[in-house]
Design a protein around this ligand. Structure first.
Ligand SMILES: [Zn+2]
Length: 452
């Protein structure tokens, strides 16, 4: 048994914050939450970590993260390419050349960075070739992970397959033997890169296995144009006609939606994952559209994501939360509509609800998994402390003040370091693997300004 001390931001139904509070961990679960003196008196033998100046929050949830492909070429794709070019001249060739070793190394680095920034639960975006290696990476660093694997049935590209082949691959993913922190979901690349037959078959699989499902849709206007040309209907309207919407589904992006699409997503309880940094890095129109605000206001299910290391780049949920809050205020020039507290909900309990995991994570409550993030408020950016710790957490801080992290009661980050492995020992491997990957994919190093 272990007691974690600090100001506890519970994210429970009353959104209570406990000054000089404590969380008691028993095994993998939270056994008590309350004032430090009371928790301590009830469990006098438990080891105590932390101090009154720490802030304890539930582990953050990243609903959309590519764990392969981008990591080994992170922040390498130029940010001034025309729409679509980064995907088809960089990302797809890189994914085509990714080996199992690359997958594991890449996921290890991304999940380690995620944990050190307080992200304890990650949902993989559905572009993994070797899911067994990703599972191994998550288990190695101690991250909670839902894995997707590659699914599309277009004419050509890496890992293309028929409907049956793609669904078979998804089924094998769901059957993968994993530890308790890792599970699978049905994932398609999405966009206009899936036939109606495939999305229907994948939905049947997700429903029959009672697991979640995801695909990409409408980060820019191109999916709308393509669906209108092919079906005469907007993407979400068409998908609704196929019967694939529902609470099992979490669509990544959905930036460009019309009013009917917003209503269909809200009404069907379909989740949407917003990755605001990606849309800004790629210039996809978030500042003009931002329908996520309408989804949120209408009671839709919404989560945050960090996307990839060439679309948003840094894997830090608090940065995404602050950006989302700022964009929400900007859209209608109304600072009253959405704020830091709403953004922290998306990163924790409301994100967990959108992704169907709120029975286990997303808040600090007795019986939930002990996924906890401890922020060190002795750091300069926290001095002096605000009377509203959530305002300061979202607007005045970020992942840099994360000191300790627990997943299922296990301490996976101690004093800012991953406990299970020496991440820095992977540096040489990452440099070598990234260079070899670029060579195999035929991609040159690019630097906008000359290196001398
Ligand atoms: Zn993505």
């Amino acid at each position: 048994m272990r007691i974690i001390r600090g100001t506890v931001v519970t994210m429970n139904p009353g959104r209570e914050i406990i000054d000089n509070g404590a969380v008691l961990i028993d095994g993998t679960e939270i056994a008590a939450v309350g004032r430090f003196d009371e928790v301590r008196a009830a469990s006098p033998d438990a080891k105590v970590s932390g101090s009154t100046s720490d802030l304890v929050a539930p582990g953050y949830i990243n609903g959309h993260q590519h764990l392969t492909g981008d990591r080994l070429i992170q922040s390498s794709i130029p940010d001034d390419l025309p729409p679509g070019e980064s995907i088809f001249t960089w990302v797809v060739p890189i994914h085509a050349e990714h080996t199992g070793d690359d997958d594991e190394l890449s996921a290890t680095l991304t999940l380690a960075e995620s944990l050190t920034n307080g992200i304890t639960t990650t949902f993989e975006a559905g572009t993994v070739a070797h899911p067994d290696r990703i599972a191994r990476a998550a288990e190695k660093v101690g991250a909670r992970l839902t894995i997707g694997t590659w699914g599309w049935d277009i004419e050509e590209g890496p890992f293309v397959g028929s409907v049956d082949e793609v669904v078979d691959r998804q089924r094998r993913m769901l059957d993968l033997p994993t530890g308790p922190l890792v599970s699978g979901w049905v994932s398609l690349v999405g966009h206009d890169l899936m036939s109606d037959e495939l999305v229907v078959a994948a939905t049947e699989l997700a429903r029959s296995r009672q697991v979640g499902m995801t695909f990409h849709l409408s980060p820019s206007t191109s999916d709308t144009e393509s669906y209108l040309a092919r079906t005469g209907r907007a993407p979400v309207v068409h998908l609704d006609s196929l019967g694939v919407l529902g609470s099992h589904l979490a669509i990544a992006h959905g930036v460009h939606l019309d009013d009917d699409e917003v209503a269909l997503l809200v009404g069907s309880r379909t989740g949407v994952i917003s990755c605001p940094w990606a849309y800004l890095r790629l210039g996809q129109g978030l500042a003009r559209e931002f329908r996520h605000l309408d989804l949120w206001r209408d009671g839709g299910r919404l989560a945050l994501g960090c996307d990839s290391e060439n679309a948003g780049d840094m894997v830090d949920g608090l940065r995404a939360a602050a950006l989302f809050a700022g964009m929400a205020k900007e859209r209608d020039l109304d600072p009253t509509v959405f704020g830091a507290h709403d953004a922290l909900e998306l990163l924790t309990i409301r994100g967990a609800e959108a992704l169907g995991v709120d029975d286990r994570v997303g808040s600090i409550e007795v019986g939930k998994q002990a996924d906890l993030v401890v922020h060190d408020r002795s750091r300069l950016e926290w001095i002096p402390q605000s009377p509203d710790p959530v305002l300061q957490l979202v607007w005045g801080s970020d992942g840099r003040s994360v000191r300790d992290v627990y997943v299922a009661g296990e301490q996976v980050v101690a004093d800012k370091q991953i406990t299970a492995i020496d991440v820095h020992a992977l540096t040489d491997d990452a440099v070598a693997a990234g260079a070899a990957l670029r060579t195999r994919a035929g991609i040159d190093d690019v630097s906008r300004w000359p290196k001398i």
